[in-house]
Write a protein that binds this ligand. Structure first.
Ligand SMILES: Cc1cc2nc3c(=O)[nH]c(=O)nc-3n(C[C@H](O)[C@H](O)[C@H](O)COP(=O)(O)OP(=O)(O)OC[C@H]3O[C@@H](n4cnc5c(N)ncnc54)[C@H](O)[C@@H]3O)c2cc1C
Ligand code: SF4
Length: 569
């Protein structure tokens, strides 16, 4: 039995990552008393960035995690490029947090259970979706129509960009709208040359500087939150005491706290949303204390689920009542279906002749971006939708230094030889929504807190495979057009999950028969339940999605606060 806590909060926000942080900020700033529930431990900004500023030799295994620990505790998280001894405390322990998949359909679920969630470890690439993306489902008939268009969300992109601090260049591209940018990071000399060559040889395509959630020109608001300009150390995933990259800990949670309206409870695993069959409303949530395993109930007038796409879906599927026998707000039966990630894994690289006199590329917070160029102005017969590339030019010797064999003076000498420049990039493609790609609760297996495990069943479809093939073909063509030598393509396609952009399992739509959420992320079936993380996505586009989660969350929070004030909730 769960014990009741007496307070009725105006809103309960579940999850403190990128979406939950924004929900907490916007709702508290509107004057609502908000309870933020986070399943993981507390992390204190600055104090708990325990590897920040450390060199490899200051860690016991030089930054590596030893094999026995790796295989026992991190057999899934280790596949994430950002996982190391410097960051492992911001990744879940796979042994303690299991889930299942069919044997032939791996889905690496990369997670961080702690205050701030994956806002601490994300790569900060921040791109708007465009009208092309919001119209795509309707125009080609795959998936259902988005209930919003670019114009609905554009002012909210403005709002979250100004607050978060996004650096980027103005390009005036229909497929990648510009935003409220701070000054971009510079390209290095090789990237500038490659840009000039590509712009000349392939007019449909342009190479721009990555847009990233790093402060380059701090605003007064950012300074007031204790944030400052990025120092280009490029150690961000350990946490940043300058608060120079956007995270819940550096930005949204301090903003919410200073309103005096926020109560945060960590180690609180939400297992279900409580629903009253008589009033047809959510009344709050049930939690299990991660440490004591005691069960408690919290009550709220609004519930915002922001526990990440799959975390939220697990909670919803586990919220069963007389009305909703297969998960709250699931009268359509689509909850858990249409799971998407981005398509990727394919890397292309080549050697750049020239600039040998320039020694080092230096550290930087971001590389370059090639926005989508297929199916923008002309139809590509090979596939529907599109893909972009992210990459950088770097000194081959610098990149490979750690893997160069040798020891002592000769070894040092080898590393001092500049050697040629290389340029490499990886594709990010749009994955189609497909009903068969789904998650459900495991029939029998539960975790150590008594919550049914998630079963994830997801694979690439035919269009996805065609996009991946095109990424490899076009990636090679771009590098050859840029005049690179020894162009190599690694066709090491990653399974869904590993791009860490999972989304779509409680999608937005016009029709309650085919979607879970309306245009304000409000459940069609339960008026005071909102879902604003990636679960709400009706299609995936090919841009990194978190900026869109921020904008959608801010929009939904204000809509909910308005409805509450007007008495329509
Ligand atoms: C290495 C890496 C690089 C990435 N790079 C980029 C990038 O460049 N650009 C980009 O757009 N995205 C990137 N992402 C993805 C990005 O991190 C996610 O899209 C984003 O964090 C999702 O935000 P969220 O709030 O939905 O989930 P999260 O940030 O994961 O936060 C969810 C929170 O909910 C908590 N939670 C989960 N279940 C429960 C429960 N039952 N009860 C209570 N709390 C719960 C979790 O502990 C967590 O704190 C990257 C991710 C990683 C790991
Ligand atoms: S690169 Fe910038 S954001 Fe990243 S750790 Fe350094 S100062 Fe912080």
């Amino acid at each position: 039995m769960a014990s009741d806590t007496p307070t009725v909060f105006d809103a309960i926000v579940v999850g403190s990552g990128i979406s939950g942080g924004f929900a907490a900020k916007e709702l508290t700033e509107r004057g609502l008393k908000v309870l933020l529930l986070e399943r993981g431990r507390n992390v204190t900004h600055r104090e708990d960035y325990i590897t920040e500023g450390k060199a490899n030799w200051q860690l016991p295994y030089y930054g590596q995690v030893p094999e026995p620990t790796l295989e026992r505790d991190y057999h899934i998280q280790k596949d994430c490029y950002a996982f190391s001894d410097f960051t492992k405390h911001f990744f879940v322990n796979d042994r303690e947090n299991p889930y299942t998949t069919p044997d032939d359909k791996p889905f690496p679920w990369i997670r961080g259970y702690h205050l701030g969630g994956r806002s601490l470890t994300w790569h900060r690439q921040s791109y708007r979706l465009s009208e092309i993306d919001f119209e795509a489902n309707k125009l080609d008939g795959h998936g259902i129509d988005w209930p919003i268009r670019y114009a609905d969300i554009a002012p909210w992109y403005d709002r979250v960009e100004e607050f978060a601090g996004i650096s980027g260049s103005f390009e005036d591209l229909p497929q990648l709208p510009d935003g409220k940018f701070q000054k971009p990071f510079p390209m290095n000399c090789v990237e500038q040359d490659i840009k000039a060559r590509i712009d000349g040889a392939m007019p449909d395509l342009t190479l721009i500087m990555g847009r990233t959630a790093h402060i380059t020109e701090p605003t007064q608001e950012q300074v007031s939150l204790g944030r400052t300009r990025c120092m280009n150390r490029s150690e961000c995933q350990r946490g940043c005491s300058f608060g120079a990259y956007f995270s819940s800990l550096s930005a949204t949670l301090p903003a919410a706290e200073r309103t005096g309206n926020l109560t945060t409870v960590t180690d609180a695993i939400v297992e279900a949303v409580d629903y009253d069959d008589d009033t047809a409303r959510a009344t709050g949530v049930r939690i299990v204390d991660a440490v004591s395993k005691e069960r408690r109930r919290y009550r709220g007038k609004l519930v915002f689920l922001c526990a990440s796409t799959l975390g939220t879906t697990q909670i919803m599927l586990n919220s069963r009542s007389e009305t909703f026998t297969n998960g709250i707000a699931n009268s359509s039966g689509v909850l858990g279906h249409y799971l998407m990630d981005h398509l990727g894994g394919i890397q292309v690289r080549g050697v750049f002749a020239g600039h040998e006199d320039k020694y080092d590329s230096g550290r930087r917070a971001t590389g370059i971006y090639i926005p989508r160029f297929r199916n923008v102005s002309e139809k590509d017969e090979r596939f529907l939708r599109g893909f972009g590339f992210q990459g950088a030019a770097y000194r081959a010797s610098w990149q490979r230094g750690a893997w160069t064999e040798g020891i002592g003076a000769n070894f040092k000498k080898q590393l001092q030889q500049p050697g040629p420049w290389e340029f490499g990039m990886g594709g990010f493609g749009e994955m189609m929504p497909d009903e068969r790609n789904h998650v459900r609760l495991h029939e029998t297996q539960k975790d150590e807190w008594g919550i049914p495990l998630l079963h994830i069943d997801c694979e690439h479809g035919e269009n996805d495979k065609a996009v991946l093939k095109a990424i490899a073909e076009d990636g090679r063509a771009i590098l050859e057009a840029a005049g690179l030598d020894n162009v190599m393509v690694s066709e090491d396609i990653t399974p869904p999950g590993l791009l860490i952009h999972e989304m779509g399992t409680a999608r937005m739509g016009h029709d309650p028969a085919t979607s879970v959420l309306n245009k304000y992320n409000q459940a069609h079936d339960v008026v005071n339940l909102f879902v604003t993380d990636g679960a709400c996505m009706t299609s995936s586009a090919c841009q990194n999605p978190s900026l869109t989660y921020m904008a959608i969350t801010a929009r939904a929070a204000h809509a909910a606060a308005d409805m509450l004030a007007e008495g329509t909730l």
